[in-house]
Design a protein around this ligand. Structure first.
Ligand SMILES: Nc1ncnc2c1ncn2[C@@H]1O[C@H](COP(=O)(O)OP(=O)(O)OP(=O)(O)O)[C@@H](O)[C@H]1O
Ligand SMILES: [Mg+2]
Length: 304
């Protein structure tokens, strides 16, 4: 089976709110697949349907070749879940949090002991095995959540905002561990509103907004398709943009965000513009990224 997850005309409504609006996507086995979108885009709603935590309103959703509508138990044995909200048991120390969770999967005592030790080791938590949950840093809690999700050796790991609230160093530690999982062949589906996270980790992403898929491709392909190599970012330029446009013998596209104007054009044309404006404003030529893709697609920032 090459397809780990397949969503067909998938929708989720909450009363009048359409959280997921008739979307189609496939996650290939072994890839890291990202759902990228701003707050309220429908990422968690999609994830909760995949993890059998929330029923579909309509459409079809297959996970590991099984239908989420009627094979939930079996699906749950193949997937690991890292929820958006930390649901560790505050009354139990680190190790017992893992042991209790492993028992849900019916693993025998010996195997539980071995898997718990292994996961503590991999996620660099062995020296915290007996610590109470409240004494852990945010990064440690996230690592523990991921370790917990992997106890039963699932082939698919679903992560809802795996690094939200973490400092850059803690995020890098989580990224390193997720990359290792990719090397080990674990399929991953993650949501994020951090474009750099999607760029760093994901083989393919879908950009979603208001429950709809706006684009789907490899991160670099999306950047090339919607933005190009570079972006010229100029502060306090909104009053001058029309004048600049009239002075050029080629067309440009641009967006104005707050006090910044982003200009999109080929590298050659951006050089010409840079030379022209040098004296009046200080432009910053930088590499295009997924945030630009999102801005171009929606006129909004991912994190507002
Ligand atoms: N249980 C619920 N009841 C009613 N509305 C809900 C419920 N869960 C989500 N929604 C609504 O569905 C829409 C999508 O929410 P969802 O949680 O899927 O977004 P998200 O992309 O995960 O956002 P965030 O980045 O903030 O986590 C929002 O408008 C939200 O208010
Ligand atoms: Mg969410």
């Amino acid at each position: 089976m090459k397809t780990a997850i397949k969503a067909s005309n998938l929708s989720k409504h909450f009363g009048n709110i359409v959280a997921v609006d008739n979307i189609n996507f496939s996650v290939h086995r072994g890839e890291c697949f990202g759902l990228l979108g701003p707050n309220g885009a429908g990422k968690s709603s999609t994830i909760r349907m995949i993890t059998c935590s929330s029923p579909l309103t309509s459409g079809q959703l297959m996970v590991h070749g099984l239908n989420v509508n009627n094979e939930q138990r079996s699906i749950k044995s193949h997937i690991g879940i890292v929820p958006q909200n930390d649901n560790l048991d505050p009354d139990l120390p680190v190790k017992q949090n893992l042991e209790v969770y492993a028992r849900y999967y019916g693993l025998n005592k010996q195997l539980i002991r071995r898997r718990v030790e292994e996961q503590l080791e991999i996620f660099e938590l062995s020296d915290r095995a007996n610590s109470p949950i409240h004494s852990l840093s945010g990064g440690m809690r996230r690592r523990l959540l991921i370790a917990r999700a992997l106890l039963h050796n699932p082939s698919i790991l679903i992560l809802d905002e795996p690094t939200v609230g973490l400092d850059p160093q803690a995020r890098h530690i989580v990224w390193r561990q997720l990359r290792q999982l990719t090397k080990n062949g674990v399929t991953q589906v993650l949501t994020t509103h951090y474009m750099d996270e999607a760029e760093q980790l994901c083989d393919r992403i879908i950009v979603i907004n208001h429950g709809k898929i706006l684009a789907e491709a490899k991160p670099q392909e999306l950047i090339q398709q919607y933005v190009g190599n570079n972006v010229l970012e100029i502060p306090n330029f909104s009053n001058d943009i029309e004048l600049l446009k009239r002075s050029l013998d080629f067309t440009i596209e641009y967006e104005i965000f707050g006090d910044k104007t982003n200009i999109y054009a080929s590298d050659d044309n951006l050089s010409i513009i840079s030379a022209k404006i040098e004296t009046s404003s200080k432009g910053n030529l930088r590499k295009a990224n997924l945030e630009d893709v999102f801005l171009r697609l929606t006129g909004r920032r991912l994190v507002e």
